[in-house]
Design a binder for this molecule. Structure first.
Ligand code: FES
Length: 91
């Protein structure tokens, strides 16, 4: 049952995936994020990163603030349609 707890629904990453990666030696949250593609989905991590950070903090004995201290949100902050980047006049 524990393996079916979804952490990242965009990329189908489970709690078991996160814990196995940490147990295998990943000791940096950014590396974990890139390895499991947490935050790479359409929601840009709004649903999964805080949860994954709490799991990472619990497993590594770090504080959540410490885990997230080096992580930065990159624009666009919210998902937008690609047509927003295309000018209508072609100029
Ligand atoms: S839930 Fe993880 S990127 Fe959307």
């Amino acid at each position: 049952m524990k393996g079916r707890i979804i952490i990242c629904r965009c990329n189908d990453v489970t709690l078991e995936d996160v814990e196995k990666a940490i147990d295998a030696g990943i000791d940096d949250f950014e590396l974990l994020r890139r390895y499991l593609r947490l935050g790479f989905g359409p929601c840009q991590g709004r649903s999964c990163l805080a949860i994954a950070a709490r799991v990472f903090a619990r497993k590594t004995g770090k504080k959540v603030d410490e885990v997230l201290s080096g992580w930065r949100v990159r624009p666009p902050i919210v998902p937008i349609n690609i047509s927003a980047f295309i000018s209508e006049g072609g100029d």
